[in-house]
Design a protein around this ligand. Structure first.
Ligand SMILES: [Zn+2]
Length: 771
């Protein structure tokens, strides 16, 4: 810029600096800097455990990053008659850590349902307001269900018994010599357990019994003793499975054989190895069509066939054999009631099969919508993260369930018996399928520790679910009309307001263990999903956010990230310092509330203001001692003179006029549009969270101007900030956050002039009149 402007700026800066320097002794309320709370913008060094050589400051895996591997060969038999599972497994554990391990920890998650489980004993809340008949029976009347693991043997590779110690849901295998760094060890476990009815206590795994036909549909998971995670962050995982904090599991390769009644239809994690053996000729023919069907599902087992099978109750068995590479878990579903359909989806250069498995009780909803939801999930999530790396994704219908495993998940959404269903059931079903299939990405592939951090998979998944739901709405005109949006339950900023603005006694920071929060839904799903949505739409912008989010997913694909790895990567890949955002949204229970507090109108004056006069008097200065100055006189003050109104600044300030004559050419002066109106606007922040200050200014001629001040506007003053704006038109209205993008909990202070908010009593009176 030219030199002249530089001079003006430096003079004003000088005056400003003098005023600031004086404030310590002689503080003027008008210029008081207010309450400083720079901790909101302080870097998160104290909260962050990293960086180190395992995990870099960038948020990427470090040069010494390692992860353990657990390979399984599993043989299980389903006893359909007695609802029992018998199994045997050989675990080969690879110690890739730099440490020698004196013992191994195995997770026995079914023990949460053991007769002597300690989970029910943790509840300290006393008598409930009311009990469902089911809960009442379970709590006070029936014997506790005996659903824990019965460990029959633990043996080393040569078949010699290994000693072990069970501590609730964990089993320590005592190995004779430490497992050295870089070495591997095989051992085997034999077990059985009683399968629970998952419809009773919403267990994540179990059966549903269908009284009309006497059949069960099984969704089976956590059915085998699984290796705990050993990592640079925790050493051995030592947090028990209490019921809320889900799972932490190492990756590995699985070879699984599942023996079930011969008339069952079964699908599970991994590539089916003996399709020709377990499929009928007709099923094989249909399957070959399905792998080439990209536009609609092909039915492998139809409803008529499933209904016929319901009546059979075969006594002979079939063994289904699967192999899965690089998965963190294994699950399967089996029943003679299942209808089965598949469709091919192109993801990158690969074909993935979108699969649905459901009893007739799921129809007509499931045949219409399940596979479509799977397809959309694979597409949207792949676009934002990485190409879905597995060969299939299965959605299984299970009453009241919403639970995820690698390549397979259980989902609710059941029509009424006459086949009718509400919109709530329909959208609930599409949403849960998107959510659970989406969990393939977080945490099945981006393998965060669910036991410690529920939000890392639930929050990220719920955020992605919102994007996939909106895409589903756009791509399925028969479900969502072209001018409408998919009714997402979570993700819109306004939807999290009741929670964040609610009773602080029952809110925990997102950075809390899932066992220790009051409301897991909003805490681990809704709030982090909304925070990410706001980051994307409002704070960072889609381009920066999407690149950073994808970078995180690709850096940690098939690895074990921590919260810091996520936080750091989002900043590293975008050059946006978000420490203030993580601190407020993830580490505190603060909420957003920003408003407009007041507006003052000013006119340009050549006469020193009262404040300036005092400033000069205090220092024995006269105007002659100072450079030529321009003053702004407030309309509602002693400085104001009526003749200033309606004039342009060069008419009322000789100093300004002379300055422009001396320093600007005539051509330049003729280009100048002199503002007539000057305003000082005070914005306040009753809420704790600093957010971008999004303002819509409306002028007398009806035009609007939108300005977003960065969140850093709050860095020096946590309570209120002031902006000076100038205009040729009179300002008539100000609205803060006009599109409700920031989850502002109180919008009654968002407008100037203050909007007349009707009181509840007024609304009540109007209601009475209307009737
Ligand atoms: Zn989930």
């Amino acid at each position: 810029m030219n030199k002249v402007k530089y001079c003006i700026a430096s003079v004003l800066f000088l005056i400003g600096a003098v005023v600031m320097a004086q404030e310590e002794g002689d503080v003027k309320t008008e210029r008081e800097p207010g309450h400083y709370n720079q901790s909101r913008f302080k870097q998160l060094y104290e909260e962050f455990a990293t960086p180190n050589t395992y995990r870099s400051a960038s948020g990427a895996p470090g040069p010494d990053y390692y992860q353990q591997q657990a390979d399984y060969v599993i043989n299980v038999q389903l006893d359909d008659k007695n609802a029992k599972i018998n199994g045997e497994e050989t675990i080969t554990y690879h110690n890739n850590s730099p440490d020698d391990l004196e013992f191994l920890w195995v997770q026995l998650d079914q023990n949460v349902r053991a007769k002597d489980s300690k989970s029910p004993l943790r509840d300290g809340n006393g008598v409930n307001i009311a009990y469902t008949a089911g809960t009442f029976t379970e709590t006070f009347i029936s014997e506790p269900f005996d659903g824990g693991f019965n460990i029959e043997s633990v043996k080393d590779a040569s078949g010699k018994p290994l000693s072990y110690t069970i501590n609730q849901t964990m089993m320590r295998v005592n190995i004779p010599q430490p497992l050295k760094s870089g070495e591997k060890l095989s051992f085997s476990v034999k077990w059985w357990y009683n399968i629970p009815d998952h419809t009773i206590n919403r267990a994540r795994s179990g059966y549903e019994y269908f009284e009309k036909d006497g059949n069960r549909a099984y969704v089976i998971a956590q059915f085998f003793p699984r290796m705990a995670v050993y990592s640079d962050v925790e050493g051995w995982q030592n947090h028990q499975f209490w019921g809320s904090g889900e799972f932490a599991l190492p990756f590995g390769n699985y070879d699984v054989s599942i023996t079930v009644p011969a008339d069952h239809i079964l699908d599970g994690t991994g590539v089916l190895q003996n399709r020709e053996e377990v499929f009928s000729k007709e099923m094989m023919k249909r399957y070959k069509q399905a792998v080439k069907s990209y536009d609609k599902p092909v039915i492998i087992v139809n409803q008529q066939e499933a209904e016929a099978a319901e009546k059979g109750f075969a006594t002979d068995t079939k063994t289904w054999k699967f192999k899965a590479t690089n998965v963190r878990d294994y699950a399967f579903a089996t029943s003679r009631k299942f209808i089965w359909e598949m469709q091919a989806v192109k993801i990158g250069s690969k074909d993935v099969m979108a699969v649905s498995l459901y009893p007739k009780e799921g129809n007509p909803l499931w045949e219409e919508l399940s596979t479509r939801a799977v397809v959309q999930t694979l597409k949207t999530y792949s676009e934002h993260t990485f190409d879905y790396p597995y060969h299939k994704a299965i959605s299984v219908h299970a009453k009241n369930q919403g639970m995820e495993y690698p390549m397979i998940c259980w989902n609710y959404g059941r029509p009424n018996e006459d086949g009718t269903y509400s919109d709530r059931t329909k959208f609930g079903m599409i949403s849960v399928i998107i959510h659970e299939v989406g969990h393939n990405f977080f945490p099945m592939i981006v393998n965060s520790d669910e036991r410690q951090w529920g939000w890392m998979d639930e929050g990220l998944d719920t955020f992605m679910q919102y994007l996939a739901e909106q895409d589903f709405g756009k791509n399925n005109p028969s479900v969502i009309a072209p001018n409408e949006k998919y009714p997402s339950r979570r993700g819109n900023p306004a939807d999290i307001v009741p929670y964040m603005g609610g009773d602080q006694k029952y809110i925990s920071p997102i950075m809390s263990n899932p066992e220790n929060v009051y409301q897991l839904g909003p805490n681990a799903y809704g709030k982090p999903a909304t925070a990410l949505n706001i980051l994307r739409e409002t704070v960072m912008g889609k381009e920066l956010f999407d690149h950073a989010f994808k970078t995180y997913a690709q850096r940690w694909m098939f690895k074990h990230p921590t919260p810091e790895d996520f936080f750091r990567t989002m900043e590293d890949a975008s050059a946006v310092d978000l420490d203030w955002f993580w601190r407020s949204w993830f580490y505190t229970t603060d909420y957003v509330d920003i408003g407009v507090k007041g507006v003052k109108k000013y006119y340009v004056s050549s006469k020193p203001t009262k404040e300036m006069e005092k400033y000069m008097a205090d220092r024995n200065l006269t105007e002659a001692d100072l450079p030529p100055l321009v003053y702004l006189a407030e309309e509602d003050s002693e400085d104001f003179m009526p003749e200033l109104k309606g004039k342009s600044p060069t008419e009322t300030s000789q100093n300004l006029k002379e300055f422009m004559m001396d320093n600007m050419t005539e051509a330049e002066r003729s280009q100048v549009k002199e503002p007539k109106y000057f305003y000082e606007i005070t914005f306040d922040k009753p809420g704790g969270i600093p957010m971008p200050l999004i303002v819509e200014y409306t002028y007398a001629d009806g035009t609007k101007e939108n300005v977003t001040y960065p969140p850093e506007i709050w860095r020096k003053n946590d309570e209120e900030v002031k902006r000076v704006i100038s205009s040729q038109k009179e300002l008539v209205g100000i609205v803060v956050d006009p599109k409700l993008e920031t989850a502002d909990v109180d919008t009654t202070n968002n407008s100037w002039p203050k909007k007349e908010e009707k009181s509840d009593f007024d609304k009540f009176k109007e209601n009475i009149k209307g009737k």
